[in-house]
Write a protein that binds this ligand. Structure first.
Ligand code: ADP
Ligand code: MG
Length: 390
């Protein structure tokens, strides 16, 4: 999805691959066969293709962990082959599956790796480490001194991203970074990455074999076949609407209208609204709010308007204070989540309603099945209209 228009600033640089080939010794076929690709500054470009098609090899040639057999890679107008590899890599964050953290080093030391190599002074490194932890949603005081084994898979992945971003590189290479975490955590990490990118404007090359992930994250996606041959390179919308060939169509899958749920962000649809109350109001005031809205439950917000719990009419009937009543919310969605995430969340919710929060965690509205149906029928309506006029 293209939302680069909404981004504050571009700090990334352009990467151009020109007829890049890699032959591993002893292999008949090249792992990467004459790939040419322009990755625009400040965008997320996703390389998606089956296992073994050459994605990792392509990516690792960009930071010269693998040297191309032939062809050139240009970064911000300079031939990468002419840049000292260590220097080159300091300008390119690299995040991989299982996070690739150093197990014997604390979280803080892991994040400080590249700034340390660059000779930053202690105070600057400490400040930057804490800033990065906050950026990826980990409380610095809690996590700074932990070791990787003391973190969940999702938390390790967050630290991996923090480490990759620590020296503020214009380029971020991410090789199946969320491949090893459970689907719910993966969705959250994807949302986080999109939120980060609206602030950072890096050039991000993201490798995955998951087409839904590619559609969700990519400003553009390159669908790759054997030898990293580019089958199609376009916006997710264009690939979904008009797959270049049978192979790409196979990736897209048969249900294009359900795929549209993956393609649409929650911020792009009209959300339903629910009654809300502050946690310090009286029970009477909450009952009045519920009665007025004609709904079965009311959402309790903290002073920064972040959703805390929900209280049903029944719970409210027995409650002494609003602060104590109600039940916990399930996972909330962000406005960067997709309608597909919304569908999954509401299917898992006893009231079939998923609460959406904005970039600061504030309540933004709810997604219900009506939200999804309205969106899909509007899409079908558009299509019918354009068919009629064609
Ligand atoms: P992907 O990341 O898409 O799974 P890779 O880039 O890892 O693909 O691998 C592409 C092809 O190159 C595969 O056939 C793989 O077996 C081969 N390959 C990868 N690394 C090496 C290597 N170091 N030596 C020989 N062959 C390799
Ligand atoms: Mg790979």
């Amino acid at each position: 999805m293209t939302d680069s228009q909404t981004r504050a600033a571009v700090s990334g640089v352009e990467i151009v691959l020109d007829a890049v080939t890699k032959r591993y010794p002893g292999q008949r076929e090249p792992a990467v066969d004459a790939v040419s690709l322009t990755i625009p500054a400040g965008q997320i470009v996703v390389l998606v293709g089956p296992s073994g098609c050459g994605k990792t090899t392509t990516m690792r040639m960009i930071n010269r962990l693998i040297e191309p057999t032939s062809g050139t890679i240009t970064i911000d107008g300079r031939d990468a082959a002419a840049i000292d590899p260590d220097r080159l890599r300091r300008g390119i964050g690299y995040s991989i599956q299982q996070a690739g953290l150093f197990p014997h080093m604390t979280v803080a030391k892991n994040i400080a790796t590249v700034p340390g190599l660059m000779g930053w002074d202690r105070a600057r490194i400490t400040a930057r480490t804490d800033e990065m932890l906050e950026l990826v949603g980990l409380e610095p005081d809690t996590y700074r001194e932990r070791y990787p084994r003391q973190l969940s898979g999702g938390q390790q992945q967050r630290v991996g991203v923090a480490r990759a971003l620590a020296a503020d590189p214009p380029i971020l290479l991410m090789d199946e970074p969320f491949g090893a975490v459970d689907p719910i955590t993966r969705g959250l990490l994807q949302d986080e990455l999109l939120r980060l990118q609206t602030e950072l404007g890096k050039t991000i090359v993201f490798v995955t074999h998951d087409f839904n992930e590619a559609v969700k994250l990519g400003d553009r996606i390159a669908v790759l076949g054997t030898g990293s041959r580019i089958l199609q390179y376009d916006t997710p919308a264009a690939v979904l609407a008009d797959p270049a060939d049978e192979t790409v169509a196979g990736f897209v899958g048969s249900d294009a209208s359900l795929k549209q749920l993956t393609l649409t962000r929650i911020r792009d649809v009209e959300l339903d609204d629910y009654p809300t109350v502050a946690e310090d109001v009286t029970v009477e005031a909450a009952r009045a709010a519920l009665a007025e809205a004609g709904h079965g439950w009311v959402l309790v917000l903290d002073p920064r308007r972040r959703p805390l719990r929900r209280i049903s009419a029944e719970q409210l009937a027995h409650a002494r204070t609003v602060g104590e009543a109600g039940s916990a919310l399930g996972e909330t969605l962000s406005t960067a989540s997709t309608l597909q995430d919304g569908l999954e969340a509401l299917l898992n919710d006893q009231n079939a309603t998923a609460v959406v929060t904005g970039s600061r965690g504030e309540y933004a509205g709810v997604v219900t099945i009506d939200t999804l149906v309205a969106h899909l029928s509007a899409l079908r309506g558009d299509r019918a209209d354009s068919d009629a006029t064609a």
